[in-house]
Design a protein around this ligand. Sequence first.
Ligand code: TRP
Ligand code: SF4
Length: 325
Amino acid sequence: MRVLSGTRPTGKLHLGNLLGALENFKKLQGEEAFFMIADWHALTTEYESHTQIADNVQEVVLDYLASGLDPEKCVIFVQSEVPEHVELAMILSMITPLGWLERNPTYKDQIREMKGKDLHTHGFLGYPVLQAADILLYKADKVPVGEDQLPHLELAREILRRFHFLYQVEIFPEPEAILTQTPKVPGTDGRKMSKSYNNCIYLADDSACVVQKAKQMLTDPARLRKTDKGNPDVCPVFAHHRLFNAEASAAVADECRSAQRGCVDCKLQVAAKMNEFLEPIRTRREEWKKQPEKIRAILDQGCRKARAVAQQTLLQTMRAVGLRK
Ligand code: TRP
Ligand code: SF4
């Protein structure tokens, strides 16, 4: 079994990234697993901003290691350090019909959502082609991702089928998405946790910051006084109890419904549970932060291992399309 996945380095990772995908990275390591930091993909939307994508790459590596990825059990590497990604993407771009890219639902959503950015570019339209190259280069059959990536995976399968049909070869297995139990992690405002909504709890947040953010969480809007009965089903705080305080969540819901619990205490309690969950991650993050040379060595080794596989697939692909004998 071959596993590949990636994360765009647009900032630090949050609980949504961890519970929505990274938990499965962890479970799948030990198989032949490749986890990259997709810096080319970050550039498709960040090309105008002067943020240093390279700094964010470091943050994502720290978050990977802090969440428990073990460089002995999986290959961690930076996409742009393995040039074969771009080369395979170029080949795949020759056979990908424009209509498939224009019809991609994620493409339209993102253009609408990222209002401040001009995403009417060749690079952004080709985002899924590059992602297909990432997956096919390693002949991955399992791709642990968040739910939002399903259309990209479908497109990758369509591209590989077209490749096999056009060149009458079978090079790539069909990649299958692997989702976690909690594909939708709510943010502090109850919407999906997402950097662009500014509702995230980051793996690197310290405990005071988590308490602060929990205090600002929205609650059942109809519950104005402590004596009002609450409805946990519409309360973002309760959604977090479900995730981080699962054993007690039935009791929490009862106490909320019968007005036996106040929202302030309820928030502090969920913050404590989140902090309990985040503490070991934070500790590991701090430890790794002190060892930049070791991190560089991990990425160098990852790059070597990834390239060894990537070069073989690229050569095979170049032969299939007639660029090499
Ligand atoms: N598009 C993915 C995201 O935004 C990141 C990504 C890039 C990826 N290449 C990939 C995920 C290959 C899985 C496989 O989260
Ligand atoms: Fe939400 Fe807790 Fe307040 Fe109920 S008591 S409304 S679950 S914060």
